[in-house]
Design a protein around this ligand. Structure first.
Ligand SMILES: *Cc1c(COP(=O)(O)O)cnc(C)c1O
Length: 507
């Protein structure tokens, strides 16, 4: 009879807590859904980029956790009052920063079901539906992307849901590493070389660091504007041959479809040819642009993937699925499993022993894993392939419209060709300098564009982020928030023009 059971209210605490009382769950759950529905309704009234100063929250909340319980109504009131101001509104229709984090009812509800069941699906036995649905959904998605059958379970490969691309790349690097070291000897780890371009996401470098690749053996092969910042096969070959000459062992290439800075595309067929020649594992990172490839007119960007070893894209970026959800396929799951499996006594079971089931714990870093496939399943079923394609195309069209608006204002230029729904643009050097002089690493031009972007973002009306490609500072306009309509794009352009007017007349 501890005080926990005390039926007498102590400081307003009425008896024991019931953390999963079904009726309270129903009542409070409805309050939260209503709260979020109102949030989406009012989202346009908030500054898109949060305007708080560092440390703002410490001033608003108590110094320690409450001793007594507080009602959900009070907590939600504080979420509105204290948390919402510190939120950058990724779901705002005027959010054009980074890449989208596309939300949807189906993705949300799938997440909710997954959280509600709250299972820990490390192996098949721990929740057969979690493993089986994941395998099925990954084959569905693989077919939507027209991945070659070797990537599907039905063709001897298979797909897995990782949390993020960082994890996907790390797992494939580790699989490639162990496959190679088993051939050439564990003591040769210092010889292994990893390749990407200077546009490759930092996820590759992180993976190489964690995987124990010698930091001197990380190659970021240079790209140029002439090649639209795609990695050239000849440049890759030159890097590989020079490494071989130095006695090193080429291990891994990360090719990107839709780079983070400018959505550049590494042309897969020639890169895979070179990689194959030297026995290099090829991972294709299509974190952002992979979604678009479910549309037949964008599928050509994946041509050549049949000669890669692994492929991944983030459903949590532009595929209506809430964070986190990175879809990854491998041709040879056993390479992954050999590098990542363990089989302690407490996890031994008949199903695993039978070798007839997938134990996803052996396809990833962590043991415990979420039931992520539910949200993808809901997204695929609720919208269907046809509407998903329409949705993606609507973003391409809006980005194209934005590009058209830029084209009508001679002060601006689109800096790299648009491949998907992201436009990289800036005030042109001609406008700023008043002449056609080309200055490499043009600080004056870069600084003015940076100043423009900051003044736009400070206004809170829209939010964009920047990139530096080939020494040029560019503003990135990434269309993809689920609530964005063309009117928001038109409005965004007006905001850009107004701020440019003010800046250009002041200088
Ligand atoms: C966003 C992005 C990543 C990183 O994705 P995470 O899921 O956050 O790890 C990697 N590569 C590319 C090309 C990206 O755009």
């Amino acid at each position: 009879m501890g005080s926990f059971q005390n039926p007498k209210p102590e400081n307003g605490f009425t008896g024991t807590i019931k953390p999963l009382d079904p009726e309270e769950f129903r009542r409070q759950g409805h309050l939260v859904i209503d709260f979020l529905a109102d949030y989406y309704n009012n989202i346009e009234t908030y500054p898109v980029r949060s305007q708080v100063e560092p440390g703002y929250l410490k001033k608003r909340v108590p110094e320690s956790a409450p001793h007594d319980p507080e009602p959900i109504e009070d907590i939600l009131r504080d979420v509105q009052k204290d948390i919402v101001p510190g939120i950058t509104h990724w779901q705002s229709p005027s959010y054009f920063a980074y890449f989208p984090s596309s939300g949807s009812i189906a993705g949300f509800l799938g997440e909710m079901l997954s959280t509600g069941f709250n299972i820990v699906g490390f192996n098949w036995m721990s929740s057969p539906a979690a493993t089986e649905l994941e395998s099925i959904v990954m084959d569905w998605l693989g077919k939507m992307l027209q991945l070659p059958s070797e990537f599907l379970f039905s063709g001897g490969g298979g797909g897995v849901l990782q949390g993020t691309t960082c994890e996907a790349i790390l797992c494939t690097v580790v699989a490639a590493r162990d496959q190679m070291l088993n051939k050439i000897g564990r003591d040769k780890i210092n010889k292994l070389v990893v390749y990407g371009s200077d546009q490759t996401h930092s996820a590759l470098q992180k993976a190489a660091q964690i995987a124990g690749i010698n930091p001197n053996n990380f190659r970021a092969v240079k790209t140029t504007k002439v090649d639209a910042f795609g990695l050239k096969a000849e440049a890759l070959r030159a890097a590989i041959e020079s490494d071989i000459k130095s006695g090193l062992v080429p291990l891994f290439l990360c090719a990107t479809i839709g780079t983070t800075s400018s959505t550049a595309v590494d042309l897969l067929p020639p890169l895979c040819d070179v990689a194959r020649e030297y026995g290099v594992w090829v991972h294709v990172d299509a974190a952002y642009a992979g979604s678009a490839c479910i549309c037949p007119e964008y599928r050509h960007f994946l041509d050549g993937v049949e000669n890669a070893d692994s492929f991944s894209f983030n459903a949590h970026k532009w595929f209506l699925t809430t964070l986190d959800c990175c879809c990854m396929w491998v041709k040879n799951p056993s390479a992954l499993v050999k590098a990542l499996s363990t089989y302690p006594e407490y996890l031994r079971n008949k199903a695993s022993e039978s070798k007839q089931v997938v134990d996803y714990k052996d396809w990833q870093i962590t043991l415990s894993r979420r039931f992520r496939s539910l949200k993808l399943w809901l997204v695929l079923r609720s919208y269907g392939v046809a509407n998903l394609r329409k949705f993606l195309r609507s973003h391409m069209k809006m980005a194209k419209n934005f590009e058209g608006l830029i084209g009508m204002d001679k002060r601006f230029e689109v800096v790299v060709p648009r491949n998907f729904a992201t436009v990289c643009f800036r005030i042109s050097p001609v406008e700023i300098r008043g002449d056609r002089q080309i200055v490499s690493k043009d600080e004056v031009v870069n600084n003015l564009n940076a100043k423009l972007l900051e003044s736009i973002n400070e206004s809170g009306k829209i939010y964009m982020t920047h990139a530096v490609v080939g020494d040029a500072y560019v503003m990135r306009f990434a269309v993809g928030a689920s609530l964005t309509e063309n009117r928001h794009v038109i409005l965004a352009w007006k905001v850009v023009q107004e701020h440019a007017n003010a800046l250009l007349t002041a200088t």
